[in-house]
Design a protein around this ligand. Structure first.
Ligand code: URA
Length: 204
């Protein structure tokens, strides 16, 4: 029998599948509408998410929210999660600097993402950034080449869907990349909105 989301979240809160739990404040599990038709996947919680225990509640979350609003997607009707569910960082003075999760950490965390996909059964999956896109399509996926395209989730071994029954997938940039860029922030934001509109249109 499949567990429900609260049970899964509770189980993930004591996950020791990799070393990241040691320095993180808490597991940041996915959150949102259990009946969502759109599921969004990011990379890993950031500093604010680690403190608050919710995905995308910091600056990247606000950027995501703005883009969703402009694409006419109601965030509260989506389910939002991350590939890796503990914050990985190095300390520089008082600041905690994000570190990209490595392959071992991504693989260790995969069962949680698979379980979320099994429970939510989204019609459309939006991958926010390369880590999320590669978690679905494999490491040869190139965001620069395939962002904004409506793709079909691959039937890889261990995929949480039956053959040919996977969700449609749209990959786009990570909202943090828009925050980090020093050039063309407005254009990058509009491109993200355009990618999200592809996801919204796939539902109709
Ligand atoms: N970046 C992510 O990938 N996920 C979050 O939840 C916050 C920032």
């Amino acid at each position: 029998m499949e567990a429900d989301l609260p049970t899964l979240k509770q189980a993930a809160s004591s996950c020791r599948g990799c070393e990241l739990y040691k320095n993180a404040t808490q597991t940041v599990f996915g959150d949102g509408d259990p009946d969502a038709r759109i599921m969004l996947v990011g990379e890993m919680p950031g500093d604010r998410e680690d403190r608050e225990g919710q995905p995308f509640v910091g600056p990247a979350g606000r950027m995501l929210e703005r883009a969703l609003e402009k694409a006419e997607i109601d965030r509260s009707s989506t389910y939002v999660t991350n590939v890796v569910k503990h914050f990985k960082f190095t300390e520089r003075g008082k600041r905690r600097i994000h570190q990209t999760p490595n392959r071992t950490e991504i693989v260790a965390c995969r069962p949680w993402l698979v379980a979320e996909l099994e429970l939510i059964e989204p019609e459309v999956l939006v991958c926010l950034g390369a880590t999320a896109a590669q978690a679905i399509f494999g490491s040869s996926f190139r965001l620069t080449q395939q962002r904004g395209e409506l793709l079909l989730a691959p039937d890889v071994e261990g995929a949480p869907w039956d053959e040919g029954q996977g969700p449609q997938v749209v990959a786009t940039v990570h909202p943090s990349a828009i925050l980090r860029t020093e050039t063309d922030r407005a254009a990058m934001f509009e491109e993200m909105v355009a990618d999200l509109r592809v996801a919204a249109a796939a539902l109709r």
